[in-house]
Design a protein around this ligand. Sequence first.
Ligand SMILES: N[C@@H](CCC(=O)N[C@@H](CS)C(=O)NCC(=O)O)C(=O)O
Length: 285
Amino acid sequence: MADTEEYSPPKVWKWEAQDGGRFTNINRPIAGATHEKELPVGEHPHQLYSLATPNGVKVTILFEEILELGKKDAEYDAYFINIGDGAQFGSDFVAINPNSKIPAMLDRSTSPPTRVFESGAILVYLAEKFDAFIPTEPSARAECMSWLFWQMGSAPYLGGGFGHFYSYAPKKIEYCIDRFSMEVKRQLDVLDQNLANRRFLCGDDYNISDMAVYSWYGNMVLNDQYSAAEFLEVASYKNVVRWATEIEARPAVARGRRVNRAWGPEEERVPERHSAADFELNIPD
Ligand SMILES: N[C@@H](CCC(=O)N[C@@H](CS)C(=O)NCC(=O)O)C(=O)O
């Protein structure tokens, strides 16, 4: 990769071997499947193909929250998609998500089965299907959608921008780190000010927007995402920390965070989830 200071873009960008850091081997400028690959299918109505990243866990948290309400029709099989190995470019996966990113879901309780991709769309689909964690009154629903879409639009600055340049890029580029630190701190302040007078993002009730925003920004302030807690002084966003701590203590959230996780302490991992019993096989202390 050329030095930022010296790099002068050619007239036409070419796809050449690049030193893109951690994701170099899977980055491609074209869409579509790279290989034929059948996906496994379990016995439940919902088949989830995912990974315990922030975009993945917001969906498994919602599944676990709905199941916690006793809605057994929300049962799901969650399969591990190894994006480091390029599993998101397999033919069956691409048929569910042409964008080749986790999470991707197939609802086999409809005929024909319904595919859903984009984590925000999956949250809305499931919340509407099970009439849970989504307000029905139009103003409350608008507020919920606003915060949900805020997350979908904002988190790429946190992950793809800040996280990439602070943690993953092959070298530290001050301009990029400054630009995205500024934006992420502004976003944390947006949340902090909103939560100053609200228990949850939309007021008194916990909903899918909390699950989505918690998975990114809650994880950031509580679990040192990108090892940047000190750098971004995340503890200073006290309302965000208080809100995230309350959400993280929910049993369904604790379970959802473990699904499709194949890293971290062995006993917390649940790489595949097919029933509640999968959590008991690895009970954390
Ligand atoms: N906007 C998408 C983003 C999904 C996304 O970026 N997923 C990442 C993991 S968190 C992924 O699958 N990356 C694989 C790749 O880029 O090839 C969503 O919210 O579902």
